[in-house]
Design a protein around this ligand. Structure first.
Ligand code: IPM
Ligand code: MG
Length: 356
């Protein structure tokens, strides 16, 4: 197969981790006779430095014309004082919106090899952690109107959170369909005791749950969910939630598995196109040191093959390669433990590519 991939390395550790993911992708290409055509697009701070905007129109077009987008990470303290309209993160949100990537899948799986890297006590994670956060990605407070004005001598800022029934149903269907392929269990997370958007969310989810009556459905308030994720994480299978709650809960959930550096994500539209990225940020403090964990990005490539290119076997091969490198005791700094072999970011990428 021949596929066009837009490569957005971004800032901080972005170029390093994407470089390792490309090693893996090239190995897959040569082993399975695929051709991956890359177009490189600057995004985030590096684009602001070059062009004065976090992504150019040409860059956005390349993303739109690709079969899939692979992203490293954006942002860093250097650009924290940029005007809100040109912040690095603005480009990421723009790509999500322009490509209509409304469904963000964030699988959170505890690799058995990393049980002791999890901050949770062993008896809490003994039942395993294998959950999938389905985060709505193009609505809610991230995309509502914002304003800052002075009223009666004091500065007032507003960020509007709004959801339509259409947007909720659309993400709800993705979640229910995904649940059918997993353990047929969904927790829908909201703040329906306070927010109108959440009350609408709950009404729509209840309607869907009647339609999908094979799926075991329950509602959880977001604050309670934050607590339950620590107390009894194995009760969850699919978690569906709105944009900001999903952002917060996915960072929390990732930590249960030992390191946020392990976690991939897929952002999908209603066709097969998608953007794939690790859920962590640009980690400017370790950028350029070759110590980052590339596994989240490498597993994101596996998701790309699975969801956008329908290459299930190749995706499995990458996931198995990651497992076997972990089995052999290789660890990057974030997941290092006594008795394990510490490797750099580039060594980890090479080890995984060599397993393929
Ligand atoms: C994420 C990130 C982004 C988000 C930032 C970088 C805008 O935290 O993908 O989780 O908040 O969605
Ligand atoms: Mg986040």
């Amino acid at each position: 197969m021949n596929k066009k991939i837009a490569i957005l390395k971004g800032d901080g550790i972005g170029p390093e981790i994407v470089g390792e993911a490309l090693k893996v992708l090239e190995k897959i290409a040569s082993k399975y006779c695929h051709t991956f055509e890359y177009s490189y697009v600057d995004i985030g701070g590096c684009s602001i430095d070059k062009y004065g905007v976090p992504i150019t129109k040409e860059g956005m077009e390349l993303c739109k014309n690709a079969d899939a987008v692979l992203l490293g990470a954006v942002g860093g303290p250097k650009w924290d004082s940029c005007a809100p309209e040109i912040r690095p993160e603005k480009a990421l949100l723009a790509v999500r919106k322009e490509l209509n990537l409304f469904a963000n899948l964030r699988p959170t799986k505890l690799f058995p090899q990393l049980v002791s890297a999890s901050p949770l006590k062993k008896d809490i994670i003994d039942n395993g952690i294998d959950l999938l956060i389905v985060r709505e990605l193009t609505g809610g407070i991230y995309f509502g109107e914002r304003s800052t004005e002075t009223i009666d001598g004091t500065v007032v800022s507003k960020d509007v959170m709004s959801y339509s029934e259409f947007e909720i149903e659309r993400i709800g269907r993705v979640a229910f369909e995904t649940a059918l392929k997993r353990n047929k269990k969904i927790a829908s997370v909201d703040k329906a005791n306070v927010l109108d958007t959440s009350r609408l969310w709950r009404r729509v989810m209840h309607r869907l749950s009647e339609e999908y009556n094979d799926v075991d459905y329950f509602d959880v308030l977001v604050d309670n969910c934050a607590m339950q994720l620590i107390k009894a994480p194995s009760q969850f299978d699919v978690i569906v939630t709105e944009n900001m709650f999903g952002d917060i809960l996915s960072d929390e959930a990732s930590m249960l598995t030992g390191s946020i550096g392990m976690m991939p994500s897929a952002s999908l539209s209603s066709d097969s196109r998608g953007m794939y990225e690790p859920i962590h940020g640009s980690a400017p403090d370790i950028a350029g040191l070759d110590v980052a964990n590339p596994i989240g990005t490498i597993l994101s490539v596996a998701m790309m093959l699975r969801y956008s290119f329908d290459m299930k076997n190749e995706a499995d091969v990458i996931e198995n390669a990651v497992e076997s490198v972990l089995n052999k005791g290789y660890r990057t700094a974030d997941i290092i433990q006594d008795g394990m072999k510490k490797v750099t970011c580039s060594e980890m990428g090479t080890l995984i590519a060599n397993e393929i």
